[in-house]
Design a protein around this ligand. Structure first.
Ligand SMILES: *[C@@H]1O[C@H](CO)[C@@H](O)[C@H](O)[C@H]1NC(C)=O
Ligand SMILES: *[C@@H]1O[C@H](CO)[C@@H](O)[C@H](O)[C@H]1NC(C)=O
Ligand SMILES: *[C@@H]1O[C@H](CO)[C@@H](O)[C@H](O)[C@H]1NC(C)=O
Ligand SMILES: *[C@@H]1O[C@H](CO)[C@@H](O)[C@H](O)[C@H]1NC(C)=O
Ligand SMILES: *[C@@H]1O[C@H](CO)[C@@H](O)[C@H](O)[C@H]1NC(C)=O
Ligand SMILES: *[C@@H]1O[C@H](CO)[C@@H](O)[C@H](O)[C@H]1NC(C)=O
Ligand SMILES: [Zn+2]
Length: 318
């Protein structure tokens, strides 16, 4: 780990004019000269690992897992827990106040919800979710990052533990029809984007917005689960991933604000922040709720079909 930090600083010093944040290696998303193809080299030993995220989820290959019970969301209904919204140059990050937690959902213990951030493409027409399902990429993806409560917010310990972090992934889909400014919670959240156009900008959240409001319309008992990694360098393989099946529906105008308002550096002439997602990595075993149901239904159906067929055969023989 020490070697890695030293190397990262060296890379930062060698790249002039770059947005090197403290001790992290300089990296980019989708640029012809700088993109995620180099992460395994510039951010080894983790970005070159074997349980990397995101992945394409093949729904038909997800096996049943009876442990994947409902989550308990603590203080997700509190509309004063969102603290601060920040343009990091790579994403928009919202810090969550202490006392917000998740448990259940097949997790080994409770996890503290620390922050959420988003991934997007270039407007609603160029999708930019990180996970894909059966090859479908959604316009955006929301990640709520949670850290094992027993680690007391020590992120060094969390990224060194194979289940130290629990990430909740929510797809964002364009609301049908011509709605604008919907839903109200997302109207509230995105109203802050114009206050943080440049990397490093941040502002306090004063509007009343709860996490439950932002997750409106999602059945949070239906999700995929797999073990993966952080999707940005240093890509630590420390994440229990939960990817919810239902998307959050947001109107097109609000989705488009992300790729038209935010810039990647503190220079107001710097490029707009677009296509901020990592490409999919090697497949991992994925589980989900009672996928056994499908096969039970199939078995029962073929049993009754068989019965009906025997009856027809028997009667036709009379
Ligand atoms: C990614 O960057 C590399 C150089 O680091 C370049 O050769 C490659 O063409 C880029 N890929 C894309 C898709 O732009
Ligand atoms: C990743 O890179 C590290 C450091 O170069 C190396 O020790 C490790 O074996 C590599 N891992 C894989 C899976 O190739
Ligand atoms: C995190 O835990 C490590 C190991 O116990 C310790 O060295 C470090 O100081 C802790 N960091 C913080 C911020 O408390
Ligand atoms: C959306 O707006 C277009 C153009 O104004 C209109 O033709 C269309 O019927 C509207 N669709 C819906 C679902 O309201
Ligand atoms: C939006 O913010 C206003 C002002 O704080 C608040 O009254 C309203 O309930 C919020 N709506 C949602 C859905 O977050
Ligand atoms: C901002 O970016 C523009 C265009 O890339 C460049 O000409 C200018 O020198 C930059 N300004 C600063 C303060 O870096
Ligand atoms: Zn993320």
């Amino acid at each position: 780990m020490k070697w890695f930090v030293v190397a990262a600083v060296a890379v930062c010093l060698l790249v002039p004019n770059s947005h090197c944040a403290s001790n992290t290696v300089d990296w980019c998303y989708h640029d012809s000269s700088c993109n995620d193809s180099t992460w395994p080299t510039i951010a080894a030993p983790f970005c070159n690992g074997t349980r990397q995220s995101p992945i394409n989820i093949v729904s038909a290959s997800a096996t049943g897992n009876a442990d994947l019970t409902a989550f308990t969301f603590e203080n997700y209904n509190d509309n004063s827990v969102l603290e601060k919204i920040e343009n990091t140059g790579k994403t928009v990050k919202v810090a969550i106040k202490t006392g917000v937690k998740i448990s259940g959902g097949g997790l080994s213990e409770s996890y503290d919800s620390l922050q959420f951030h988003l991934h997007w493409g270039s407007g609603s027409s160029v999708p930019g979710s990180e996970h894909t399902v059966d090859g479908k990429r959604y316009p955006m993806e929301l990640h709520i990052v949670n850290s094992k409560s027993s680690l007391n917010g020590n992120t060094t310990l969390a990224v060194a533990d194979s289940t130290g972090l629990a990430a909740l992934g929510f797809f964002i889909e364009v609301m049908s029809g011509n709605a604008t400014g919907q839903p109200a919670s997302w109207k509230n959240l995105t109203s802050y984007l114009s206050s943080i156009p440049l990397s490093g900008d941040s502002t306090t959240i004063k509007l009343a917005i709860s996490l439950d409001d932002l997750l409106e319309g999602v059945d949070r008992t239906k999700y995929y689960r797999y073990l993966g990694s952080l999707t940005t360098p240093s890509c630590n393989e420390a994440v229990v991933w939960t990817v919810f099946k239902d998307p959050i529906m947001v109107s097109k105008d609000l989705i488009d604000l992300f790729s038209t308002t935010l810039r990647i550096s503190s220079n107001s002439s710097s490029p707009l922040m677009v296509n901020v997602y990592r490409n999919v990595q090697s497949a991992q075993p994925v589980t989900t709720q009672h996928s056994g149901c499908g096969s039970i239904t199939a078995t029962v159906t073929s049993y009754f079909l068989g019965l009906a067929l025997s009856f027809m055969l028997a009667t036709s023989w009379n």
